[in-house]
Design a protein around this ligand. Structure first.
Ligand code: BES
Ligand code: ZN
Ligand code: ZN
Length: 483
């Protein structure tokens, strides 16, 4: 599907359907030309309310405001609603509150992300007929805008939403297909396509580098662990950022086996690593003026005669020893080594993304990303970026009392908390043990266990992977480079 913006009025554009947003129930607007019919249908323009009038060739959607977030949702709703129709083209006016560019980008994202479906495993695929969405410059309210800037914003929105869908495609693939090696292959293909440097390391390198925490998790799997490292280096870049992702291509729980109801959907456990690949795609395509390293720990947590066990002690890359008390707390083991690897690159900032804990979902609900770290300022920055990008977050603060719960009698640290509460925070505080002193305020951990995968549609997302974390981190990197 294509989204474009043309410097024309609505009547100058031929399309099979027009999308009309009814903002804050305001039915008296020149765009709303079917007020009577809508009234008969009981359409009042309430948020997310929808009325399709095929004869009039108009699709009405209610929005509570003109905020970028509401526009993104409205656009997502529109393409979702048309997904099984025969409509091939859609046009709409120019809606925005303050900045036209932000609105144009958000609308584009909503259309592309809303239209996404994953049909690789259907023998008969149902392709959406919708081929083209045309934004015009006929404004809902008379306001200043710069057309060339709007055009750029649509182009950025396209790249960002396509990167999001790229991430979703990786996450949605089965564990048998999207193995660590397949993930590495996907990274290599991406690197070639968009112009990134890429390095992939296997068992021998991990052993040589003392990355035994990551190796321990992997050792029962027939699919060898892969450390994927992608690099975007813009000319004259002044800042270096490392983005690290948990890429558990499957999490059975290991010998601390997950019960069936909790194991299903654990193909999503590679969502953090997949987000890193999506972020790197966008960073390259937007050619952001910065140096970005994308690091993915791609591993399968399986069971078998070689499986690592509760009571094992693993030594991470930095020499710290870890008492394994539960093999299902494997993500933090993989990340411990990957965070050490990332810090060797001497980055100015380190962000990790991981479907790390069920506790994060309990704490914040399934729609929000948990934001954790030592720097309040940096946490705020990421939360602002998330807000701007239309992702939900919650702050989960560290404290010294919870830190005590991951002490070990046997090794330097335990991989699970001795207490029942605050599991998202204790997991992040475990990761904090692998952050060097000088990097404490440069690091942020994003727990995406809630929003990364959904079985019931919400917002602009349908069934499956959502690409959680992708937009907010891209927005944060963009904000870094435009200061
Ligand atoms: N991958 C899971 C966390 C998860 C849960 C992701 C739900 C997505 C949705 C993680 O590896 C895990 O199993 N965590 C355990 C930790 C516990 C053993 C301390 C959990 O959350 O129960
Ligand atoms: Zn687990
Ligand atoms: Zn996991």
């Amino acid at each position: 599907m294509k989204v474009e913006i043309l410097n024309k009025n609505l009547s100058q554009i031929k399309a099979e359907m027009e999308l009309v947003f009814v903002v804050n129930k305001k039915m008296k607007h020149r765009f709303v030309r079917d007020a009577k019919t809508l009234q008969t249908l009981g359409f009042k323009g309430e948020a997310d309310q929808l009325a399709l009038l095929p004869e009039k060739k108009r699709l009405y959607i209610g929005l509570s405001s003109l905020s970028t977030d509401d526009l993104r949702s409205g656009a997502g709703l529109a393409t979702k609603a048309l997904s099984s129709s025969k409509i091939k083209s859609l046009k709409l006016g120019l809606y925005f509150n303050e900045e036209g560019e932000k609105a144009a980008q958000a609308l584009t994202e909503g259309f592309i992300i809303g239209a996404y479906t994953h049909q690789k495993y259907k023998s008969k695929t149902q392709k959406s007929s919708l081929k083209k969405v045309i934004l015009t410059t006929e404004a809902y309210e008379k306001k200043e805008f710069d057309f060339s800037e709007l055009k750029k914003a649509v182009a950025s929105g396209l790249k960002i939403s396509q990167a999001t869908n790229f991430t979703r495609d990786i996450v949605n693939q089965t564990p048998e297909e999207m193995t660590p090696q397949e993930m590495a292959k996907t990274a290599k293909e991406l690197a070639k396509k968009v112009g990134l440097q890429v390095k992939v390391y296997g068992d021998a390198y991990l052993k040589k580098e003392g990355m035994n925490a990551m190796l321990g998790v992997s050792q029962a799997s027939p699919h060898p662990a892969q450390l994927i490292h992608l690099i975007h280096k813009a000319e004259g870049a002044k800042m270096r950022v490392a983005i690290v992702g948990k890429g558990l291509t499957y999490d059975t729980g290991g010998l601390s086996l997950k019960p069936s109801q909790h194991m299903r959907t654990m193909k999503q456990d590679k969502a953090g690593g997949s987000a890193v690949l999506g972020i790197m795609k966008a960073v390259a395509e937007l050619n952001l003026p910065i140096e970005v390293h994308g690091i993915v720990g791609a591993v399968e947590n399986a069971i078998g005669k070689n499986a690592y066990k509760p009571d094992d002690v693993l030594t991470a890359k930095n020499g710290k020893t870890i008492e394994v008390q539960n093999t299902d707390a494997e993500g933090r083991l993989v990340l411990a080594d990957c965070l050490c690897y990332a810090q060797d690159l001497k980055p100015d900032y380190i962000i990790d993304l991981a479907t790390l804990t069920g506790a994060c979902v309990v704490a914040l609900g399934e729609y929000s990303v948990g934001v954790m770290g030592n720097s309040r300022k940096l946490k705020e920055k990421l939360r602002d970026s998330a807000f701007a990008a239309g992702e939900l977050t919650g702050n989960l603060p560290f404290n010294k009392h919870l830190a005590k719960l991951i002490k070990s009698e046997v090794a330097d640290i335990s991989n699970i908390s001795s207490g029942p509460y605050g599991g998202a925070i204790t997991a992040a505080m475990f990761l904090n043990e692998f952050i060097e002193k000088k990097n404490k305020d440069k690091w942020i951990h994003l727990d995406i266990a809630g929003p990364a995968f959904t079985e019931k549609p919400w917002g602009i997302y349908g069934y499956g992977a959502t690409g959680a974390g992708v937009r907010m981190v891209i927005e944060w990197i963009r904000a870094l480079t435009t200061k």
